[in-house]
Write a protein that binds this ligand. Structure first.
Ligand code: ATP
Length: 270
């Protein structure tokens, strides 16, 4: 089967500056992902073996995928994206073949980052259920483990994975040499929400009466994805009101903000 189904490859365009907040996390990813690729010589000189896998966990819509892409952009690495759910839903054997192909292609295209979204689907704790589906997940997991172990000799390949359910992940993936670094990607705090609003209004014409700080204060528990949606909707409201509108105003922001409820609640936060 061809790799074109299920895995896409590109050097992403998104940069660290496109992500609001998360300063420390970006720094950690720079050191764990960008450095081993950009400064491979320095690692070799000091005899440091770079980590092979990073697990990002946290609520949906808080930039796990975007962080992985920004890391690939910063390292100018090819980005292979695979979805755990998609692999899982394929015909028996097809998912494993695709997985192996992705690692092979990543080796050829190195430096590369292989990104797994919803990794919990293929790395769910073993022995949890007796249905035949467990076998599918087990086979995918063992393929993934074999491939990750094989990265020992490969240079410039890193595996990044994302999950909303870190507790569901099989302990085998957490052994040394696999996902050595586990990072929590939290929902944005006030400062981060302000920065996210700045990022997503960067290309918009915003009236002077708009106070993004105030909007950030009034959007507690909103995720980055929801704030991005809010900005888009603000533009739509302005246009619906007047198709020749030149700017978006505070009024538009207030209308949209009041119409939205965040999907997260305080109990979703680790
Ligand atoms: P999921 O778990 O649902 O896959 P995720 O954590 O991977 O979500 P992303 O797909 O990276 O989240 O983010 C969704 C959208 O929200 C992206 O288009 C991104 O631009 C925006 N977004 C999320 N967080 C931020 C942020 N901190 N700064 C700027 N944009 C953000």
């Amino acid at each position: 089967p061809s790799i074109t189904r299920g895995a896409t490859v590109e050097i992403p365009k998104v940069s660290w500056d496109d992500i609001g907040g998360l300063k420390d996390l970006k720094k950690k990813l720079q050191q764990a992902v960008e450095w081993p690729i950009k400064h491979a010589d320095a690692f070799a000189r000091l005899g440091i073996s770079p980590i092979r896998g990073v697990l990002l966990h946290g609520p949906p819509g808080c930039s796990k995928t975007t962080l992985a892409k920004a890391a690939a952009h910063a390292a100018q690495a090819s980005f292979f994206s695979l979805s755990g759910a998609e692999l899982y839903s394929m015909y028996v054997g097809e998912g494993e073949t695709l997985l192996r192909n992705a690692f092979q292609r990543a080796r050829l295209a190195a430096p590369s980052i292989i990104f797994f979204d919803e990794v919990d689907v293929l790395a769910a704790k073993r022995g949890g259920s007796s249905s035949s589906n467990v076998t599918v997940a087990e086979r995918l997991l063992s393929t993934l483990l074999t491939e990750m172990d094989g990265l020992e000799q490969a240079k410039g390949i890193l595996v990044l994975a994302a999950t909303n359910r870190p507790r569901a992940i099989d302990a085998a993936l957490m052994r040394p040499g696999r996902f050595d670094l586990v990072l929590y990607v939290p929902p944005p705090d006030l400062e981060a929400r302000h920065e996210i609003l700045l990022v997503h209004t960067r290309n918009m014409k915003v009236s002077d009466d708009v106070d993004l700080r105030q909007i950030a204060e009034a959007t507690e528990l909103f995720t980055g994805a929801e704030l991005e949606g809010l900005c888009r909707e603000v533009g739509m409201v302005a246009l619906r009101e007047d198709i020749s509108a030149a700017v978006v105003c505070n009024r538009h922001f207030q209308i949209v903000k009041d119409s939205l409820k965040p999907a997260l609640s305080n109990t979703d936060i680790d």
